[in-house]
Design a protein around this ligand. Structure first.
Ligand code: ATP
Length: 644
């Protein structure tokens, strides 16, 4: 579920500096929340106290769903299934096996996560609507299972669940229960917020923006999606545990579709772009539910509880129509307006698409002096680092690549040229793993990579840029480049949730700034990546790929959309990188640049490799002239003169 850029865009300029600077917002937010949590049981009526308790309980699955949908972009209509698994497991272990509460709770949460792992293994291969439908089906299966199974009490459910005790104190009223559940919500929020800013969180967000680009930077998208799916189920299971305690009965109602819809509504109304929104959404939906419970019998005499769903449905439609970013959008808009009013907002308007003037598109002259980005040189110059053998790709009757053989020596630039439709991008896509070949092999650093996902070769140092730009629009320019550092990091979801990556994040951010400086993009660092002019987005993609310190860099038409000055700057940078040991494969329509840059040139025509050799030799190859420029050699010769 994609959100409008302005609501989803995350500038994390504030995430640099010491612990306080990085976490100021979260610490202040949590401190304010603690004050509210302490005060509420003393101040609100008993009916509102009930609302507050259920808001806290449902905030847990909503936070999980927010990570899944807002961060990872996976729509789930089956969150209630995991809530129910947590609730039932907890209730059964307490009532039938007399296990201690904490043990039953841990098994309840673990049970929800285990089921998520088992169903996630096949489901995480699905995308978008298909995943939503599959999770919806999961909800139905759980509902029918608990309704039909004696062990789960059929329609009656499991009852007689004892109230919890903490240090000998019975949690006997709503006030105590509120304080009992609130710390778990606070901890859950902190872990979730930390995750969104972590290496894994950034990767999830990147996957949401462009799975292909994230994969080509080393992100194993399948594994990451699966982990978040399991984590999200853990949050739901914990909510189920508290629900069982609070209500004392667990019946099939807890797994039904309407609960999944309510959870969805909480996340959407709160705003998918922030996990805080899940808590706000839970409070709002519980208040709304309470209001609708009173209002609907007045409006529709004789209406049952199910009719309440109509009200929720209407609110969902209204929010999506009027406020797609939810409450988070309101807060961001108000905060932006306030900052503008206070005159503190930086507006680098010359960098935005709307003001795409000559100054806006040209590289800035007064950039700080740049250092050359680091590259990997795992082999001695001249040794074969990448080899393509018998590569063939057929699309039905179209042969996009026909038995192509290529060797790429380390520390050199190979230009791959050919007329439109010659098969250059197809060749790139197969080498990088975006496409599987019909037959043939691709060997990178001695490993066969054809048919493997892009992250497999990216982790070993092969990355690329794209002819059709793949920008991470949910972050700023430096955030895009920063993502390039992914393959060099190690921290996973757990370390991310515990917020143990501050130093690594700062170092990566500094490196990202240095790389931007090498392409004279420093002035655009904090600008939303999606609002950069086309040419600068292309340069940003090159920076992003360089941030991964690659051994082999595949550049698909990197000069397209660049000014003459920018092309020369990029060419100089590529030469310097090659001299530093980087291997570059360059697809480019600017034949003149290719001939001057490349150590060797390969020419494709209609999927067939018709020439491969030094630029001078290829330039004078009659077959190239004919295939590339026309049917007549003399006419082609003169056209080639003009081109080069
Ligand atoms: P350009 O310079 O225009 O980008 P290219 O050299 O990169 O062209 P490819 O995009 O690799 O060429 O396409 C090679 C051939 O394969 C073309 O004939 C194209 O129409 C065909 N082709 C590419 N993708 C598909 C597809 N998904 N289905 C069918 N045919 C395809």
């Amino acid at each position: 579920m994609a959100l409008p850029t302005e609501t989803n865009f995350v500038s994390d300029a504030h995430l640099t500096g010491g612990f306080w600077t990085r976490n100021r917002g979260t610490i202040l937010g949590i401190a304010a929340l603690i004050v509210v949590i302490v005060i509420i049981p003393f101040t609100v009526s008993s009916s509102l106290m009930n609302v507050a308790v259920f808001a806290m309980i449902f905030a847990l699955p909503a936070i999980g769903l927010s990570l899944l949908m807002g961060l990872a972009g996976q729509v789930s209509l089956g969150q209630a299934a995991f809530f129910a698994i947590g609730a039932y497991t907890h209730a059964i272990l307490l009532t039938k096996f007399n296990l201690p509460g904490p043990v039953a709770a841990v098994i309840g949460v673990g049970g929800a996560m285990l089921v998520a792992l088992l169903v996630g293994l096949p489901l995480m291969r699905l995308r978008g609507h298909y995943l939503a439908l599959a999770t919806l089906g999961l909800g139905f299966i759980v509902t029918i299972a608990v309704r039909e199974w004696d062990f789960t009490g059929r329609t009656t459910g499991i009852y007689g669940i004892p109230r919890p005790e903490v240090f000998g104190i019975a949690i006997s009223n709503n006030g105590y229960f509120f304080w009992f559940v609130a710390p778990f919500v606070l901890i859950g929020l902190v872990l979730a917020v930390n995750l969104t800013h972590s290496r894994a969180g950034r990767a999830l967000s990147a996957v949401n923006d462009s799975e292909l680009a994230a994969e080509s930077l080393g992100v194993n998208t399948y594994a990451l999606r699966l982990k978040v799916f399991v984590l999200s189920a853990g949050f739901a299971g914990l909510g189920g545990v508290f629900y069982a305690y609070q209500v004392g009965i667990v019946s099939p109602q807890v797994s039904e579709f309407h609960l999944s819809v309510e959870l969805l509504l909480m996340v959407v109304i709160g705003g998918l772009a922030s996990v805080w929104g899940a808590l706000a959404g839970a409070v709002l939906i519980e208040l709304l539910g309470e209001g609708l419970r009173d209002l609907i019998p007045v409006l529709i005499p004789g209406a049952t509880g199910e009719v309440q769903l109509v009200g929720f449905g209407l609110v969902l439609i209204l929010v999506i129509l009027v406020l797609p970013g939810g409450l988070h959008q309101v807060v961001v808009t108000l905060y932006g307006a306030l900052r503008r009013r206070l005159g503190r907002r930086r507006t680098p308007s010359s960098l935005t698409a709307e003001t795409d003037t000559a100054e806006g598109t040209a590289a800035s002259e007064d950039e700080p002096t740049a250092t050359l980005p680091r590259v990997s040189a795992p082999l001695a110059r001249g040794e074969t680092i990448l080899e393509v053998t018998g590569l063939t790709k057929r699309y039905g009757g179209v042969v996009a690549l026909d038995d192509v053989n290529l060797t790429v020596p380390a520390g050199q630039i190979l230009g791959l040229i050919g007329p439109n439709g010659a098969g250059k991008t197809t060749c790139f896509n197969i080498i990088s793993g975006a496409l599987s070949p019909t037959s043939g092999t691709v060997t990178f650093l001695g490993q066969q990579i054809a048919g493997k996902k892009p992250h497999v070769s990216a982790i070993r140092g092969l990355t690329r840029t794209f002819q059709n730009l793949q920008v991470f629009t949910s972050t700023d320019v430096v955030g895009n480049v920063y993502m390039g550092r992914y393959r060099l990091g190690r921290a996973g979801i757990l370390r991310g949730m515990l917020g143990l990556q501050g130093a690594e994040q700062d170092a990566n951010r500094r490196t990202a700034h240095d790389i931007l400086a090498s392409m004279r993009l420093s002035d655009a660092a904090d600008v939303a990546a999606g609002s950069l002019p086309f040419g600068r987005q292309r340069m940003m993609e090159v920076c992003r790929a360089l941030a991964s310190e690659p051994a082999v860099l595949l550049l698909d038409e990197p000069m397209a959309g660049l000014s003459g000055q920018e092309r020369d700057m990029l060419a100089d940078l590529l030469r310097a990188l090659r001299d530093a040991g980087l291997t570059i494969v360059l697809v480019e329509h600017d034949v003149g640049q290719v001939m001057s840059l490349a150590d060797s040139v390969a020419v494709l025509d209609d999927g067939v490799l018709i020439a491969h050799g030094e630029p001078e030799v290829v330039r004078n190859d009659p077959a190239v002239m004919v295939a590339y420029l026309g049917t007549d050699v003399q006419e082609a010769e003169s056209e080639l003169e003009e081109l080069v």
